[in-house]
Write a protein that binds this ligand. Structure first.
Ligand SMILES: Cc1ncc(COP(=O)(O)O)c(C=O)c1O
Length: 377
């Protein structure tokens, strides 16, 4: 039987990209807000219901810029810490280290795997005056319930600490009220990396409804220029070039269908694995499904699934099996409160194969391999 890879990214055809790229060729304008980038801003903004959009060259830079923008605006920039969950990808922490901040890690909660509101309240109550910003994450791109995120916002506002959301994998995700992620005052950062459901190679997007933050983010991603070539802010170059903007426009044309297919595959995984003790995130139906994220009932079952899948050449892997505070680069960063849930999830986490074109036979085989391995342990 053919191996099933963990991910099988699929970008739009050259033809589909070229149809947009022609606009750049005709204008002889290849970056710096050319016709494709301008059209992309407009279409992404429409897609998200009218929100300020700044396309960027990747989400890591997007996070760096968004954190700089909110701390500048709030006047908290000279503080030491950025609070964030440890149950995330290392880029969340790396982006703020590059700004000179220390990550201050807190736990997540067990059912939705999202930043724990009680831990957030506790850390801001005890150390709020040392905190420059909170960098909440949408774990695996899935937003928490609307009330949970509102709670994060209220806690941050109470302590005068700005909030940024790393929603990297979450372009297209919806919360429990059916609202698309990203339409918010707090900047949300999305990744358009090749492996994401909205994939273009390297790229990303920062969104916000706040006009002042939008101006800052827009300027910071392009040398700090606000009008013409006058550097009003100390910015960097994180612009999205025309070829990537053309790719993103082509992805957007087929994105509803991509999401539909991935959600169908994920629903199949849930239907067949939940009855056997495997658990999915609360609210999973609204996810974008970069991969099939779930947790095994226990660590021994996880180990059996990983080795059974490897033997069957089925690309099952373990995300996040190492939370950020357990990576050597961040081992010296402070942790506030316990990491019980994070460590428990990390010991049981699994990620199943996903692709726009994962066939019915392939998804059946993935489920069979997982269940055989779990039964046989
Ligand atoms: C949670 C999270 N944050 C940030 C990033 C970084 O995104 P990019 O690769 O676009 O810089 C990723 C990428 O996988 C991610 O998963």
């Amino acid at each position: 039987m053919n191996p099933i890879p963990f991910l099988r990214p699929q970008l739009p055809s050259l033809e589909a990209i070229g149809a947009y790229y022609r606009l750049a060729e005709e204008a002889r304008f290849y970056s710096n807000g050319g016709p494709c980038e301008r059209l992309l801003r407009e279409r992404l903004s429409d897609h998200l219901g009218g929100v300020g959009c700044v396309p960027v060259h990747n989400a890591t830079s997007g996070i760096t810029i968004a954190v700089r923008a909110v701390t500048d605006a709030a006047g908290t920039g000279d503080r030491r810490f950025v609070v964030m969950p440890s149950y995330t990808f290392v880029a969340t922490a790396g982006a703020v280290r590059m700004l000179g901040y220390e990550p201050l890690f807190i736990d997540v909660e067990p059912a939705a795997w999202q930043m724990d509101g009680e831990a957030l309240t506790d850390v801001l109550t005890q150390r709020g005056t040392e905190v420059a910003a909170v960098l909440g994450t949408h774990t695996f791109g899935l937003p928490p319930a609307a009330k949970v995120q509102q709670g994060w916002q209220e806690i941050c506002a109470e302590h005068g600490v700005p909030l940024v959301i790393d929603a990297a994998a979450g372009f297209g995700a919806v919360d429990d009220t059916g609202t698309l992620t990203g339409r918010d005052q707090a900047p949300h950062v999305f990744s358009f990396h090749a492996t994401k459901t909205f994939g273009i190679g390297e790229g990303g997007l920062v969104t916000t409804l706040d006009a002042d933050l939008l101006e800052r983010i827009d300027a910071l991603h392009s040398f700090g220029f606000v009008q013409g070539r006058l550097a009003t802010y100390a910015g960097v170059n994180a612009k999205m070039d025309e070829l990537h903007a053309a790719s993103a426009l082509a992805v957007l044309d087929g994105f509803d269908e991509i999401l539909r297919r991935r959600r169908e595959i994920a629903a199949y995984y849930r239907e067949h694995l939940e009855p056997h003790g495997f658990a999915f995130q609360t609210g999973a139906a609204g996810g974008t499904w970069q991969a099939g994220y779930l947790v095994a009932p226990d660590a021994a079952t996880r180990a059996a699934v990983l080795s059974g899948a490897a033997a069957a050449s089925v690309g099952v892997t373990a995300y996040y099996d190492r939370p950020v505070h357990r990576h050597p680069a961040y081992a010296d960063a402070p942790v506030h409160g316990g990491m019980t849930v994070t460590d428990d999830l990390a010991a049981r986490a699994l990620a199943l194969p996903m692709a726009n074109d994962l066939s019915e036979q392939e998804r059946q085989r993935v489920v069979e391999v997982v269940l055989d391995a779990a039964r046989g342990r």
